[in-house]
Design a protein around this ligand. Sequence first.
Ligand code: NDP
Length: 472
Amino acid sequence: MVASVSLADPSDDSLAETPIENLVIVGSGPAGYTAAIYAARANLAPLMITGFQRGGIPGGQLMTTTHVENYPGFPDGILGPELMDRCKAQALRWGTKLVEADAESLDLSSRPYRLVTSEGETIMTHSVILATGASANRLGIIQEERFWSRGISACAICDGATPQFRKEQLAVVGGGDSACEEAVYLTKYGSQVHLIVRNDTLRASAAMADRVLANPAIRVHWNREVLEGLGEDWLSHIRLRDRTTGSTEELAVRGLFYAIGHTPNTELVQGQLELDERGYLVTRPGRPETSLEGVFASGDVADSEWRQGITAAGSGCQAALAAERWLSHHQLARQVERLSIEPELAGETQPTATSDANNFDAATLWQKGGYALRKLYHDSNKPLLVVYTSPSCGPCHVLKPQLKRVLNELEGRALGVEIDIEADPEIAQQAGVTGTPTVQLFFNKELQQQWQGVKQRSEFKTAIEALGAPRP
Ligand code: NDP
């Protein structure tokens, strides 16, 4: 049953000045962006909290995959991060407002609902779509970080076809339906698949278990736990422990896929909305309504079973339509007027051209490639942010616009260069870069600071400002 919520005390005027949004969408995966596209096209000007560091990166799990080949409309497949860039552009084109921060708290005790972001901003809203997703569980074995995306993955379906896995020995950890399905799936690519099960039975359904046990390309290792990943640049072995005897062995595999369950990102609403015993949001069967009126769920946060990009997108559409109906029914929808009926086309984003002797410009805030790096490193007296990226690195997609924003805000006091480590491997090697994104801050030809992974904009800005470089 969907519970109604009392309206906030009208005498509480502490937030009287805060405008009330029609709809806040929390989460920016395929569910969130699809909800945003539908709500924005309904002239509701939805506000999206993209998430930043909690529950995975903005854009969701597709940001950490390479080729997505099962999303309809892309016959040759599309890179996960590119798909999410396109969803974002489509949502923005129709008038979605983005807040690039985490949702720190969400108070659903009275209406309008109240959300506080990690930047300290308070947002009031009539309705909410929760699209916060689920995070694939990790084992936390020794060297996991080192080999993450270099042999270790949480999604065989997403990453199995990667060239490095073709005709190689591969391993899947887990004994549920996902592990069995993924083991069978990987036999299409690997020469042999090892299923590592921590006890002596499979939790999977009988039909799925039979399929695995009858497949000669799959070898089940019972009562085994994975202790460690081994290798140089890419995973080459895993160390296993026999839980019955305690003995250890090394198994030569180039891929290790986790299928040990997911944890839904529902901390925000714990104790406020009905959750199932595994922490997933409970909705009305086949519908997006949660246990509270005006609060809807879409995507993996309410789906422990299908967990595909396309099913998440479909449920995002349902949630937006349901929210629109609910807002209209309660006469809460405040429709915005568009400046023009047809918004400007989003167009294709143009990648930054690699600088050379012809197009290099010492005053351009953001350039790309080894030529620009050498010129600026030797000749410029400004702080220099160098970001090392790779084409399929999802977090790099998240970080680059943040860095560009910092440089814009600093109005020319610092410059940025992007190095694609696939195009310039020797530069990356010389700089000691082991993963992407890595950011190095140079000043007066000296390395001042280095960051790995996605960080808050303020960290970079503070570090640059601390160098005391003059305004141009
Ligand atoms: P499950 O929670 O069903 O299974 C998780 C598996 O991982 C279990 O075998 C568990 O072992 C194992 N595991 C958990 N933690 C560890 C650990 N630290 N080390 C080693 N092993 C570990 O998750 P699934 O993702 O497999 O399935 C989720 C739901 O989706 C289920 O309802 C499933 O039926 C459904 N599903 C259905 C499919 C289908 O019908 N085609 C396909 C995929 C999923 P243990 O058994 O010892 O607890």
